[in-house]
Design a protein around this ligand. Sequence first.
Ligand SMILES: *Cc1c(COP(=O)(O)O)cnc(C)c1O
Length: 363
Amino acid sequence: MDIKYNLKSASERRTEPFMPEGDVGFGKLRTDHMFLMDYRDGQWCDPRIVPYGPFEMAPGAMSLHYGQSIFEGAKAFMHEDGEIYTFRLNKNAERMNRSADIVCIPNIDEAMQVKAINALIDVDRLWFPQQEGACLYIRPFIFATEDRLSVSPSQQYTFCVMLSPSGAYYASGVNNGIRLLISTQFHRAVSGGTGASKAAGNYAASLRAGKAAVEYGASQVLYLDSTNTQIEEAGAMNHFHILKDGTLIIPTFTDTILKSITSQSIMELGEMLGCEVRQETVMLDQFIADIESGEIIEAGGFGTAAVVSPVSSYIFEDGRVITVGDGKVGPNIQRIYKLFTELQKGHVAAPQGWVNRVERVAP
Ligand SMILES: *Cc1c(COP(=O)(O)O)cnc(C)c1O
């Protein structure tokens, strides 16, 4: 499908590279344009790039009432050659369709999703923030637009891609770990539910747990399975831990865990990292015992936003705190962060197909 371009006039859009003065933050800024495509009469149609701005939508749009809405998150980086490169977008497109299946949204051809994102970045490439560690955060999402009050799959949808020029997540390297609340009260997902989908409703459902975490001085909840015996993941990142022999362990993906592309990439990079990476069921009791005995020396979360978030301690609902290792960011996590960001920046050759240049295709 050919993409139509309805761009802002030269006087309304950025014409010089973006040289921010201070830190641009994460997810705050927008670029000049967005990509849109509609679903009606049983097919995706009218792919177009238009000025970024409000949608016109019926108050009866089904996403507003019944939550049929899903999203993705990815990043693009500028390399030393001044070109912009995306990171594993095909994995995001594939996961978008997996999320779509779970909440009955029609799939979008993966190549079309990738093409849409590339075309948008190309048009707004001057928005790439010229700052150390910066990126263009990519947010594709799909939502139901049919005006109908009925709990059934919508017959109409919009696919939108927007971009957010963002700064380095860690301004001066990974220095501090976070605290997670191990919650037996809140659950992110149940088997047979929507946990393996990046469905908007999952995040609305996590807000109350997030508030509770803050009350405990923690930054997020570490979710357990519904029997409170197994470790699942955190609110927006997969969980992992590292044994003293260097083995990295990620809980086995189930239908209550969102398959992080960062986690999947770390598993594929095991050899480059020089350690064994494996998935297994992680029992909470054993995990705690292994931290206390020193068998587990590092732990953290994987996700696109931060790449890796080290966890320095866990707090239980009864106030008990356990510290991982000496509470400082360990060498394995430093090494993972360094390798991953070097791959993204093009300083180290990434596996075939992971890093792709955004071509100049705009008219
Ligand atoms: C997005 C997300 C992650 C991280 O996935 P990445 O592909 O690595 O960004 C992990 N868990 C949940 C619940 C998420 O929504």
